[in-house]
Write a protein that binds this ligand. Sequence first.
Ligand SMILES: [Mn+2]
Length: 355
Amino acid sequence: MKLGFGLYRHNVTPDNLAFARQCGATHVVVHLVDYFRQAADNPRGDQPTGGQGGWGRAGDPDRLWDLGELREMRAMIEDHGLSWYAIENFDPAHWHDVLLDGPQRAAQIDKLKTMIRTVGAAGIRVIGYNFSLAGVAGRISGPFARGGAVGSGMSGVDETPIPRGMVWNMTYDPDAEGELELVDREVLWGRYERFLADVLPVAEEAGVVLAAHPDDPPVPVIRGQPRMLYETTSFRRLVGLNPSPSNQIDFCLGTVGEMADGGVYEAVDEQSAQGRIAYMHFRNIRGKVPDYRETFIDEGDTDMLRVISILKANLYDGVLIPDHAPQMACDAPWHAGMAFAMGYMTAAIRAVDGI
Ligand SMILES: [Mn+2]
């Protein structure tokens, strides 16, 4: 298995790429959507929690990922001795009506197909995504990790309705009025199946894997809308929707660890045995939804070495990235938190995998 590092768009700088390599990463996962663009309550720090205003404004609906731009970023990544393994998340501006089954659905499916082909042409093998209406919602931030390190958590479920013009915690139409009407969970699964049927043939042709992130936080209903990937067995249904080899999982160990049913190891085993895990967010937590806390990687409920042992037994060859990590008390809280996680992961992989 491989050690990777996740970077938000504004964090893709020569210094941070050098830092990732110095931490032992060989691969990077890049979020191309700018989650920090226009949200006054989301300063460019670690990661937004997902308040009622979401993560701010979605991007430009007419500006798709561009091959030249991706090649330029790839060259910068490779200049630092790293490989670009995955892009994480589509911009709601590009696919809101796929999620909502709105009037622009067909045109947006075409946009997604174009971008999947572009990603394949740029030599990037994986796109992580979230098929979710509320997206990241209702998380809190506080001194939850050892020694009062600040991280994310959850304390009860946000029941505030999602305003129209917002989906997956970003606003694509600030002028829309009213609230999103309630969508039935089975209707949502139907939209998901249709999306996969539309884009997976193109992904296969382009040599690209689509990797689904589970609903974060994983509760059955949040902001009044149902979720799909909130149980440790939900991945089984997702994979069953479409057998394409490009239908895979961005296995967020933190999110799956938060799931109420407690089947985290079984899910890692089942999905890695079937070769369905494209990459893993390697993050630890304490507690379950709707009341959990993010911890340092070595102090949570999940036995991280047991997870690596399961992956090794199933010959997992994908990437592990730290996802996010508690901020440490020093002049560089984000860097220190990530370096701590990377050091732990390096040792854990070496101890179990022998590399
Ligand atoms: Mn995650």
